[in-house]
Structures are given as structure tokens and as C-alpha cells.
Ligand binder design. Structure first.
Ligand code: ZN
Length: 186
């Protein structure tokens, strides 16, 4: 069941997306998604664009990390470093000789990794707007890929009403100073 406020948010975000502003579209959507859900939201987007390229072990690891909640609980401290490592690896794995689309998918994975990590609410977080950049990267990929059906399906994954649970926009992390300025106290 879709609520009217969700349709209003999605319509406005879609306007930003269509105008080529994936970053603002990302902000418009993500601020309505509870932080703990953002790792699943990001993993869904990553999985969809990952389908465009060959197997990349760093992306497999990130997807597993995003979806394995139990593992996080048991080995949170160890995995915290593992997650940082994974994000670093994804970044390092960017190979300038790789096809452009592969590079863009790796680039998106880098920001998906930051979003997945930040969704754990650890204090030492990555860029608070990593999830907005993730959507900007998704927009870039639709431009490279030139497949309107794929672009439409990817948009549906980004503007997933099931994750948009918060009518009032919220912080990326309770301790985020930037979000504190935008949204007030969490
Ligand atoms: Zn923030």
C-alpha cells in the first residue's frame, strides 16, 4: 500500500533523476529510509548493476556483508575492519584498463560499501552522503548502458516504497553533524 507522501517524494525525486541530478534524487529518497534498512537498499542497487558485468570478488564480498546480519552481530569488531578493508579493496580494484562500464560498476560498489558500513551506526562513519552519491553513480551507469528497460528497473529499486518508511526525513547516522544541521536532533 503506497501512501500519498511517498508518491509525492518519488515524483519529485524522479524529476531530479530525469534532469540528470542523481545526487539530489538520492538524497530525496534516502532521507526517508531508516538507517538500518539502507544496507539492504544499497545491496539491491549494487546487485542489479553487478548483473551488467563479469564476476568481481570484491563485490561478492560486499553483497555478503550487507546481507549477513548474524555475522555482523557475532564478529562485529572484526568485520568492522573487514568492511573498511572491503571498501578499500573495491576502490583499489578500480583498474583504468578495465571497460568503462566495469569501472563505473566498481565505482558504484565503492559508495554502496560506504552506505552498507554506515548503516551499522558505527561512530567512525564514511561520507554521510555516500548513499546519495551511490544514486548519482547509478544514474551515470544508465547513461553508459543505454537500455531504457534496465534504467526503469533500476529506478524502481532506488525508489523502493517498501524501504521508504519514514515520512519525516532523517539522519544518515544519529551522530552525523551535517545531518544534525539539516534535520535537527535525531
Ligand atoms: Zn549525515
Amino acid at each position: 500500500m503506497t501512501e500519498k507522501w511517498q508518491e509525492d517524494v518519488i515524483r519529485s525525486a524522479r524529476g531530479q533523476w530525469d534532469a540528470g541530478d542523481g545526487y539530489e534524487a538520492g538524497k530525496s529518497i534516502v532521507e526517508h529510509i531508516p538507517n538500518e534498512d539502507r544496507k539492504f537498499w544499497a545491496a539491491n542497487i549494487l546487485e542489479q548493476v553487478y548483473g551488467l558485468v563479469e564476476t568481481i570478488p570484491e563485490i561478492e564480498s560486499l553483497l555478503n556483508l550487507a546481507r549477513n546480519d548474524e555475522k555482523w552481530e557475532i564478529e562485529a569488531q572484526e568485520l568492522l575492519w573487514d568492511a573498511k578493508d572491503k571498501v578499500g579493496h573495491v576502490h583499489n580494484a578500480l583498474d583504468e584498463s578495465a571497460p568503462l562500464l566495469t569501472q563505473e560498476v566498481m565505482n558504484l560498489a565503492y559508495y554502496a560499501g560506504k552506505t552498507i558500513y554506515n548503516a551499522r551506526n558505527y561512530r567512525a562513519m564514511y561520507d554521510h552522503n555516500g548513499s546519495w552519491i551511490l544514486v548519482a553513480k547509478a544514474k551515470t551507469i544508465t547513461e553508459y548502458n543505454e537500455d531504457s528497460d534496465f534504467a526503469e528497473a533500476l529506478w524502481e529499486t532506488i525508489a523502493n516504497r517498501q524501504f521508504m518508511k519514514l515520512k519525516i526525513p532523517t539522519h544518515c547516522n544519529p551522530g552525523c553533524p551535517f545531518c544534525g544541521e539539516m534535520y535537527g536532533a535525531p
